[in-house]
Ligand binder design. Structure first.
Ligand SMILES: O=C(O)CCC(=O)C(=O)O
Length: 261
């Protein structure tokens, strides 16, 4: 599988410019990829106080935009996340499209990040983060979600081979970003494909460092801080090799783990 992670410098509060720039980036990325990944909140950025004006009602605008591109270029697009306005409130929602333009998956961020005031403007979701990408079993989570290993684990215990992460992860905690992603890859013996944004907004500078990690914890590709498209190729068979070498999933003792506490 050939991956392209679009480490976009999201323009704060300006969906029209972001659509224009991301379209050009997707057209470039599809030349060398089967799966394209975008970052978190790439249409609006964290312009939370203006979401009523600039968010996407039911996600319809972004859904058409991504569906058309996925179909035109016959690629899978893990379309980061967007601010989606619904009757029950605003959500930070991941969208995943297949190469025929079909919506494969929609996931609302489960853990809201208080340090960036998300809980004041957004509702938390409780849908599953697991989905299929063609024949690949995957899960996709959003930014702060990676700090909850028990949440990720529940999405990796049914043979999932790949964890997608989309983020607007701030620069001061770059070391946490890398350590958490490496840990999620090693403990779940899966590929981690994590797309962060570049640049800054009025409140934060972001870390970039989008990364592709293998199931043994090996770094397959990693970006720097600047806006870029990060490419990498993965061999999914490697997941089974690692899982048979150290059979973590067989050796689990769920009856002695009390995750309800
Ligand atoms: O957990 C962190 O340090 C960053 C999380 C974050 O920025 C987010 O969820 O948007």
């Amino acid at each position: 599988m050939k991956l392209a992670l679009v480490q976009h410098n999201v323009v704060f509060g300006d969906p029209d410019t972001n659509y224009e720039q991301v379209e050009a980036l997707i057209i470039e990325a599809q030349k060398n990829a089967d799966v394209i990944v975008l970052p978190e909140l790439w249409t609006t950025g964290y312009d939370l106080t203006r979401l009523d004006e600039i968010s996407d009602t039911q996600g319809e605008t972004t859904k058409h935009f991504i569906s058309d591109l996925a179909k035109a270029y016959k690629v899978h697009i893990v379309a980061g996340s967007i601010a989606k306005q619904t009757e029950s409130g605003m959500y930070n929602t991941m969208l995943v499209y297949g190469p025929t333009g079909d919506l494969l998956h929609e996931y609302d961020k489960a853990h809201l990040f208080r340090l960036m005031d998300e809980e004041k403007y957004l509702h938390q979701g409780d849908k599953t983060a697991s989905f299929s990408l063609g024949t690949v079993q995957a899960a996709g989570v959003i930014c702060y979600d990676i700090r909850f290993p028990e949440f990720i684990r529940t999405h990796m215990i049914n043979g999932q081979q790949m964890l997608f992460v989309v983020a607007e992860w701030p620069k001061p905690r770059l070391d946490h970003w890398r350590a958490l992603l490496l840990s999620r890859a090693i403990e779940n013996q899966c590929f981690v494909v994590a797309c962060n944004r570049a640049g800054s907004d009025p409140a934060n500078a972001f870390a970039g460092h989008s990364i592709i990690i293998g199931p043994w914890g090996e770094i397959i590709a990693e970006a720097g801080e600047e806006a870029t498209i990060l490419y990498g190729e993965v061999n999914l068979g490697h997941v089974d090799d690692v899982r048979s070498q150290i059979p973590v999933f067989q050796d689990r003792r769920p009856t002695i783990y009390d995750v309800q506490k």
